[in-house]
Design a protein around this ligand. Structure first.
Ligand code: AMP
Length: 403
């Protein structure tokens, strides 16, 4: 890496999409952001915004056959603005990798052995790790000489004590199949818990935070002195909170009951719980804006879906208060957590005995900055702390390659 290499490209490769951001690590500025969607279809779409030049968003539609073609198209867009992958200013590429198992507790420079290990984890992350691997392999082929770093969604949660991570099932079976709670959204929980400490004017080691990452996927975590001690997602991102399309916690017997009485296959149940449950299963909508609009019109199904969502959130706030013993802050983040004031108000309503309260005026403020929504007198701070997973991935990547 040359002394002038201060840029990091962050890639988040999904099964049919690639999201990317190019950042300058001198100040964290975003030079370009974009998204390739519907890879492998006739109607693929690339949207690229060259923030460095102040240029307009450029959108192109047309078939993009695979991830290799997608990354080549992204590289061409970046080159058009003088930000190409061949630039000496590019220090590294940081890849979001969903599942790092127990082995990857830190961001890791990718070599063949690391790739093999990520591959070995495919059985526990069949939807995500293959797409992440494709992105890494393609990027390595384009710039074999450039350091590439894997930043794992699970890494922040590897500090969970064994009694929080282990399911109460037969130990031999669990170990043979690596069944345990891994947790996800780790880069977000790490970033938001640190930013929350900053908002309180304290060092992360001094504060206990409950982070509520409420997006289309949703998870809660209990963070004690900067270390995760419990989180709501488990072996897969299905466990825990009610999500946009996922059920979250459910009696596992429901799965074999459905197989026995409804003649559903494993795949049917998988699709039901991951894609047709949560808010969408309960009321047909997974966008909280639409659900709130329907509630305002008196829609009972939307109301019930909202109440179920809030009830689950409250249970986790209560559980993590007990796990942490002392809570300094509850932080809301991601699409719903950052934008839906009624969700924040409802989740904390009635928790005054636990030191939690919401100030209606503060809660109504719309801003991209971290902010308190609790009144001065509240013993436990309530905060909105916008997440920034790309910046976190870029910072972790840059720290590793410039060390
Ligand atoms: P994420 O996965 O973090 O991008 O969050 C996406 C979700 O955030 C959407 O499905 C919406 O439910 C929610 N969301 C985004 N903007 C708003 C808003 N202004 N008000 C309420 N919910 C929102």
């Amino acid at each position: 890496m040359t002394a002038t290499a201060t840029r990091v490209l962050v890639l988040n490769s999904g099964s049919s999409s690639v999201k990317y951001q190019l950042l300058d690590m001198r100040d964290g500025a975003r030079l370009a952001v974009g998204l390739v969607e519907r890879i492998g279809e006739e109607t693929s779409r690339l949207a690229h915004t060259p923030l460095a030049t102040g240029g307009d968003k450029r959108e192109t539609e047309g078939p993009i056959a695979d991830h290799q073609a997608a990354l080549k198209a992204v590289a061409a867009e970046l080159s058009a603005d003088g930000l190409g992958l061949d630039s000496p200013e590019l220090a590294a590429i940081g890849h979001r990798v969903v599942h790092g198992g127990l082995k990857f507790t830190e961001p890791t420079v990718i070599d063949d052995a690391v790739l093999q290990e990520i591959e070995r984890l495919v059985p526990v992350a069949p939807l995500h790790n293959p797409a992440n691997l494709t992105g890494i392999r393609t990027a390595r082929a384009l710039r074999p000489d450039l350091p590439q770093v894997a930043v794992f969604d699970t890494a922040f949660h590897t500090t969970m004590p064994e009694y929080a991570a282990r399911y109460a099932i037969d130990v031999e079976t669990a170990d043979a199949h690596r069944i345990r709670r891994y947790g996800f959204h780790g880069t977000s929980h790490a970033y938001v818990s640190r930013k929350t400490a900053e908002l309180l004017g304290k060092d992360p080691s001094e504060v206990n935070v409950i982070v509520l990452h409420l997006g289309n996927g949703a998870s809660a975590s209990a963070v004690a002195g900067g270390r995760c001690v419990d989180t709501s997602m488990g072996l897969t991102p299905l466990e825990g909170l009610v999500m946009g399309t996922r059920s979250g916690d459910i009696d596992p017997a429901v799965t074999f009951h459905l197989k026995r009485v409804a003649g559903m296959s494993e795949d049917d149940v998988d699709v039901l719980l991951n894609k047709k449950s949560g808010l969408v299963g309960l009321c047909g909508d997974n966008d909280m804006r639409e659900i709130r609009r329907r509630i305002d019109e008196g829609d009972e199904r939307a109301r019930l879906a909202f109440d179920i969502y809030i009830h689950r959130l409250k249970k986790y706030i209560g559980a993590y208060t007990a796990v942490l013993g002392r809570v300094d802050a509850v932080a809301f983040t991601a699409g719903v957590g950052e934008n839906a004031a009624p969700v924040r108000a409802a989740a904390l309503a009635g928790l005054e005995e636990m030191g939690l309260a919401v100030d209606a005026d503060r809660n109504a403020v719309r801003s991209g900055e971290p902010r308190l929504i609790s009144p001065e007198y509240a013993r436990v701070a309530a905060a909105v702390v916008p997440t920034d997973e790309e910046l976190e991935i870029a910072q972790q990547t840059y720290a590793l390659v410039s060390a």
